[in-house]
Design a protein around this ligand. Structure first.
Ligand code: LHQ
Length: 264
């Protein structure tokens, strides 16, 4: 396999990341995991990036951990220590995706399996091609869901369905994913890129600071009481209320015109 395992391009405030190991269904090897971490760090540090699209090259989104690169985890024939591998390479990536104060849209173009599904779940919004499918493949290997799936899946689809998907490792199609609320929208395969671009362009021209604070507030509320959430909303709103974008939003409202947000 040649070329970079992660394609990266930025246009008009949108960073597009394409998992690019199509011969291995974009499975994650060390090089790809490191490239993803670096790309999200860049997205965080670059004020010109205001939204991220994550998608896959070829017919898959991602088949999860590369089962043919297990020698990267440990020597063949010896017990593999998966805990340190997850702590070093997957957990920081998932935490970075959630703490990134810019929206991440997963454009799920094909199968998302194992940790590949986890990365889609850790994204903020999922839109899917009609060709997409999802499987919590872990149990079929004798493993448990990782890379955030135990956290995100029950929150998205409810505990009962999450248990069913994880215990059976069944593969569901895009229509079922839509019914379950796992994805926001299903589009014809040839329309996926355009749909993702339209959505991210819209997000990239929104009030960027508020977008980041909204993401922070909702993430925080997942593990907080009502009291704590109300207090955190007040804190975030205090910050949002001091932005130039809010000032512009108020002026645009009174002038009955669309706002021109600058993201500060
Ligand atoms: C693959 C893979 C793959 C390499 C298909 N790797 N080549 C685990 C351990 C360690 C630490 C961190 O965390 C994890 C988390 C995980 O992600 S564990 C789960 C890993 N993923 C899987 O178990 C999925 C395995 N793959 C499948 O179940 C199927 O391939 C899916 C449902 C993804 C796609 O099915 P099909 O569309 O029927 O394609 P296929 O099975 O014919 O696969 C096409 C090729 O891709 C094939 O290679 P070949 O040379 O025969 O054409 C597969 O071997 C290869 N491939 N998944 N994860």
């Amino acid at each position: 396999m040649s070329g970079s395992p992660l394609l990266q391009e930025s246009t008009d405030g949108v960073m597009r990341l394409t998992l690019n190991r199509p011969d291995a269904l974009n499975a994650f090897n060390l090089e790809l995991l490191e490239a993803l971490g670096e790309a999200f760090r860049q997205a965080e540090g670059d004020v010109g990036v205001r939204a991220v699209v994550l998608t896959g090259a070829g017919r898959a989104f991602s088949a999860g951990q590369d089962m043919r690169a297990l020698e990267e985890i440990g020597p063949p024939g010896k017990p593999l220590h998966l805990g340190p591998w997850l702590r070093t390479h997957y957990n920081p990536l998932i935490l970075k995706m959630r703490s990134l104060e810019k929206p991440i849209v997963a454009a799920v173009n094909g199968v998302a399996a194992g940790a590949g599904m986890s990365l889609a779940l850790a994204s903020d919004i999922r839109i899917a091609s009609i060709d997409a499918s999802f499987t919590q493949a872990f149990a079929a290997l004798g493993l448990v869901p990782d890379a955030g799936s135990t956290f995100f899946l029950p929150r998205l689809v409810g505990l009962g369905k999450a248990l069913e998907l994880c215990l059976t490792a069944d593969r569901i199609d895009a229509g079922e994913a839509l019914r379950l609320g796992l994805v926001s929208r299903v589009v014809p395969a040839e329309e996926l890129d355009t749909a993702a671009l339209e959505l991210t362009n819209k997000l990239a021209s929104a009030a960027g600071k508020a977008i980041g604070l909204i993401k922070r507030g909702l993430n925080r509320a997942l593990a907080a009481s009502l009291d704590e959430s109300l207090e955190y909303e007040a804190l975030l709103q205090e910050v949002a209320g001091r932005t130039e974008d809010f000032r512009e939003g108020v002026i645009a409202f009174s002038e009955k015109r669309p706002p021109r947000f600058l993201g500060r």
